[in-house]
Design a protein around this ligand. Structure first.
Ligand SMILES: [Zn+2]
Length: 490
């Protein structure tokens, strides 16, 4: 499979190629079971499109309006060594040393601990069932590992990549997948001028020419090299056994259950060591940064107490107070120059070294000027929390029905999980309407939609247990908590 020519992108209408997405008028929709892979796919496709098109700002502006033609795409491929984008070589540098660590493929999804720990689960992603993947999905998982997963998740064998560990990503969200990928394609002139790149920086891909030495200096890493920067030698163990892929759901002729990794010896400026040795910060296009005395740092969810979208407000508030020292991701700056107003996709691996439960990946499309709308966003999220609390109260009655605690806790947990993930998409939708609705309208709509969702989840429990009298009675008793939920005084 070749990433620049073959159909490896999973969509709701089957697998398509990058060329299909960029050159056709069909609006494809990505289809991956995990939010983190969906986000990694946006990052990967924007980076691949940069490699293929290498546009100037003017060209990119034209692509955004007129799209890319098949001829333009094919012509662009002529100057690229396609063999580097074969899935077996892509981002897989070979090590001359032996001693790579073998890990189950699950590790590439969130870096989540494997094994039977009850805590080993994400809020929006249930990784316990990701054991086998198809070969089409290997590149995006590898990309996810290098761009988004903290080195600490791999204990001693872990390495910090060019973006740093547990870094937030902001991407531009456009109306269609094609436009989103183009909006996240980096214009070569924008990047080199803005970051004052000298001519002659190294642009060779790292699996062709791994970095050498102990310090990877940012000013020597060109755009293409940096977009696909490696921190590990990676090798996938490909089995000649068919599978149904746990990441995209498609059937694959071959399957992958494990990979081996061996960290590179040098350090990037994203690490403390690298910073002290003067490596410098590489301006990754999707990474918002903050400037501190010691230099640039990626914006991380770490240490901000994020566990889920519940704590999203604290992130927003934090941003608000620190505005002078925060810088939007270069891709957002670029889009402002291209066409002004942008909606953003925000995502990140919320990694807390100590707590596996904290390793959650959230993805929010949101308006670019959300900071001007802080109060409204806070209110929408508050409504979400209020409804969630009520749903929890409504279901809690079943604990008094006389059944085994673990059994009823399981019923509750499933229902709450369902609410959280549906509430997330309801809230996402509402936030996109931020500019067009008054605060009051937004709150009312949030309450109405979320309440309806909670009632429907609770209602399906009632019909499921209608023949189990104690549970049924308890659930009906709980209903009041939901129906009585009204708007707080405004
Ligand atoms: Zn797959």
């Amino acid at each position: 499979m070749n990433l620049l020519t073959d159909k490896f992108i999973s969509t709701t209408v089957g697998k398509v190629s990058l060329k299909d997405v960029l050159t056709s008028d069909t609006d494809y929709e990505l289809q991956y079971f995990f939010d983190e892979i969906q986000l990694a796919m946006f990052q990967l496709l924007g980076s691949l499109s940069t490699i293929v098109l290498k546009p100037t700002m003017d060209e990119l502006r034209s692509y955004l309006v007129n799209g890319v033609t098949e001829n333009q795409y094919d012509d662009a491929l002529k100057s690229i060594d396609l063999s580097l984008f074969d899935s077996l070589s892509f981002m897989c540098s070979k090590s001359d040393k032996s001693g790579g660590f073998l890990k189950p493929i699950t590790k590439m999804i969130s870096g989540i601990e494997c094994g039977g720990s009850a805590n080993a689960s994400g809020l929006f992603s249930e990784v316990s069932h990701a054991e086998v993947i198809c070969t089409d999905c290997a590149p995006v998982l590898n990309y996810n590992l290098h761009m988004n997963i903290k080195g600490e998740c791999f204990s001693n064998g872990g390495a910090t990549g060019i973006r740093g560990g547990g870094t937030i990503s902001t991407l531009v969200a456009a109306k269609t997948l094609k436009k989103t990928i183009l909006a996240n394609t980096i214009a070569v002139d924008f990047f080199t001028e803005k970051y004052e790149y000298e001519k002659g920086v190294d642009n060779a891909l790292m699996w062709e020419k791994p970095p050498e030495g102990g310090v990877y200096y940012a000013h020597k890493i060109g755009l293409e090299r940096g977009l696909f920067a490696l921190a590990y030698h990676i090798e996938f163990s490909v089995l000649d056994a068919p599978c149904i892929c746990d990441v995209c759901g498609a059937t694959g002729a071959q399957s992958i259950r494990e990979f081996s990794h061996l960290k590179y010896t040098g350090v990037y400026g994203s690490t403390k060591n690298g910073r002290e040795l003067g490596a410098g910060w590489w301006p990754h296009p999707y990474t918002p940064t903050t400037k501190k005395q010691e230099g640039f740092f990626a914006v991380c969810a770490h240490g901000q107490g994020w566990q889920s979208w519940q704590n999203f407000t604290s992130y927003i508030v934090g941003q608000e107070t620190d505005k002078a020292l925060s810088f939007p991701a270069p891709i957002v700056e670029q889009y402002k120059d291209l066409s002004g107003h942008a909606n953003l996709l925000v995502g990140g691996n919320i990694a807390d070294q100590g707590s596996v439960i904290g390793r959650v990946y959230d993805m929010y499309p949101m308006p670019e000027y959300w900071d001007a709308n802080l109060a409204r966003i806070t209110k929408v999220i508050k409504e979400g929390l209020r409804v969630k609390e009520r749903l929890s109260m409504a279901i809690n009655k079943i604990f008094a029905a006389g059944y085994d605690k673990a059994f009823v806790a399981g019923i509750k947990e499933n229902a709450m999980q369902q609410f959280i993930s549906n509430a997330q998409s309801i809230i996402q939708g509402l936030l996109l309407d931020l500019d067009h609705k008054s605060e009051r309208e937004l709150r009312r709509k949030a309450l109405k939609d979320l309440k309806q969702e909670a009632i429907s989840i609770h209602g399906s429990l009632i019909s499921k247990y209608q023949n189990d009298l104690p549970l049924f009675k308890a659930l009906v008793k709980g209903q009041k908590a939901l129906f009585s939920l009204e708007s707080e005084s405004e």
